[in-house]
Design a binder for this molecule. Structure first.
Ligand code: NAD
Ligand code: 6OH
Length: 437
């Protein structure tokens, strides 16, 4: 077996480690606007979004896991024996050693710290490989680590690409003891092959083709407002975004019109403008992918409700990768646009007549990340939520996060769960000790 490189960090008293993690959070907050500017410059996301979600969550991830590791109990069982002497089983937690963290470009600081914070809390050293599109906040975080007094060699950043580059080198390295990855499902499949010869534990948070189910008894304003966020937030570049919206036929027409109105009143503008709530896509290449689905939807027989093309401003913003927020109806459930993740500001809205039909359509996917249910009937909310084949279901809300809860997906959407104790369990090796009393 590989020797574990736990080092002094892993041996530090938990309270001391937790205090240092809080200092990292303090450092992020102290340089809040540097982090916001760096995230906006790398991604093109609206400054309002980076200030409201990305950077606060970067700090919160450290605080939550610092407190959790300090307060986490250990598992213990008193085991009966035939001679009535009994035994005591208890479990101790050790760091895995060196954890490789590979993250995507859509929520760069949020997703990197979501993994680095619990990994460090558990006493591991980390090597992070941010997306080649968004290297800046991982680097700024290294400065915050240094300012907080984290010893050298605990938080390491390598920049580079995926295949044949830093990503693949990290996953194949024999001295890396575990890999946690967020990104596309097919990248997850490639990483699985690379880690196989060295048998590392993996945690994968992958893609989605998430459904929303809107019942006629929903609070209409809340549902249309919530779905507008769920479809268009971060220009649709959130793994949890809803790209399939199922609406009870009684309110289908009114709902489509209301969502269309929301789409058409989004403020697409400079990322630095506080009023902007629709920024550009991440890159020319990604815009080409999204536009190829816009074309495909029409070829597959969709009715275009709004959008469907590139946004034009007549100024320098035309060098950005803006697309129109887009809504389609009329596609068969077998269409590629209903089956494949697009990762843009786009959804397909389809009517349903019964609860059973809605559940069946929502579950008819190879992915299984998230779902949202919109209804005023609480019993129905519970009933439908429990039938969703996903890792995360929201009722009358979306992307409302409690960092202690399990987060992850079924099927093509991932392997394992992170969040709360699930993170602590992934980033630790458990040693069960059985003592005959
Ligand atoms: P991606 O898979 O292309 O890249 C993610 C990271 O993996 C990057 O750092 C990249 O350099 C690296 N990488 C690529 N190929 C690699 C390889 N062979 N070996 C090692 N590393 C490799 O994903 P992306 O385009 O950056 O992000 C968008 C995708 O991420 C979407 O599919 C989205 O659904 C998914 N995502 C999922 C979650 C979740 O929590 N489930 C969260 C955010 C994004
Ligand atoms: C995907 O793009 C969003 C993932 C969100 C989280 O991992 C989180 O912890 O909120």
């Amino acid at each position: 077996m590989r020797p574990r490189r736990v080092g002094n960090w892993g041996k530090l008293a938990v309270a001391a480690r937790a205090a240092l993690l809080h200092k990292i959070a303090d450092g992020i907050e102290a340089r809040f606007s540097d982090f916001v500017q760096a995230e906006v410059a790398d991604t093109g996301k609206p400054v309002s979004l980076a200030s409201k979600i990305d950077v606060p969550r970067g700090a919160a991830n450290f605080r939550v896991f610092a407190d959790l590791i300090k307060n986490a109990g250990i598992e213990a069982f008193r085991t009966e024996t035939p001679d009535s002497v009994a035994a005591l089983n208890y479990c101790v937690r050790k760091p895995l050693g060196v954890v490789g963290i590979i993250t995507p470009w859509n929520l760069p600081l949020l997703l990197l710290t979501w993994k680095a914070a619990p990994a460090l809390a558990c006493g591991n050293c980390v090597v992070v490989k941010p997306s080649e599109e968004t290297p800046a906040t991982a680097t700024l975080l290294a400065e915050a680590m240094q300012d907080a007094g984290i010893p050298k060699g605990i938080y390491n950043v390598v920049h580079g690409f995926g295949p044949g580059s830093a990503g693949e080198f990290l996953t194949s390295h024999p001295d890396v003891d575990g890999i946690t990855f967020t990104g596309e499902s097919r990248t997850g499949a490639a990483i699985m092959q690379t880690v196989a010869p060295t048998v590392k534990p993996v945690s994968f948070e992958l893609g989605g083709k998430n459904a929303a189910i809107v019942f006629a008894d929903c609070n209409f304003e809340e549902a249309t407002g919530g779905l507008s966020e769920a479809v268009f937030l971060n220009t649709g570049q959130v793994c949890l975004c809803a790209e399939r919206v199922y609406v009870e036929r009684k309110i289908f027409g009114a709902f489509v019109q209301a969502l269309k109105q929301k789409a058409e009143t989004l403020h697409a503008g400079w990322p630095s403008d506080e009023r902007t709530n629709l920024g550009p896509l991440i890159s020319a290449q990604h815009r080409e992918k999204v536009l190829s689905y816009y074309r495909l939807a029409l070829e597959e027989g969709a009715t275009l409700v709004t959008g469907g093309g590139v946004l034009k401003f007549g100024d320098d913003r035309d060098h950005g990768f803006y697309v129109q927020p887009t809504i389609y109806t009329g596609l068969p459930e077998t269409a590629r646009c209903v089956k494949e993740e697009i990762f843009g500001p786009v959804c397909h809205v389809a009517p349903f007549d019964s609860e059973e039909e809605a559940v069946a359509m929502a579950n008819d996917t190879k992915y299984g990340l998230a779902a949202s249910i919109w209804t005023s009937d609480l019993r129905r909310g519970h009933r439908v939520a429990q039938q969703m084949n996903v890792g995360i279901t929201w009722v009358n809300c979306w992307f409302l996060r409690d960092l202690r809860t399990p987060f992850g997906g079924a099927g093509l959407s991932g392997i394992g769960r992170e969040g709360g104790m699930h993170s602590l369990n992934f980033y630790s090796e458990l040693n069960n000790i059985c003592i005959r009393l």
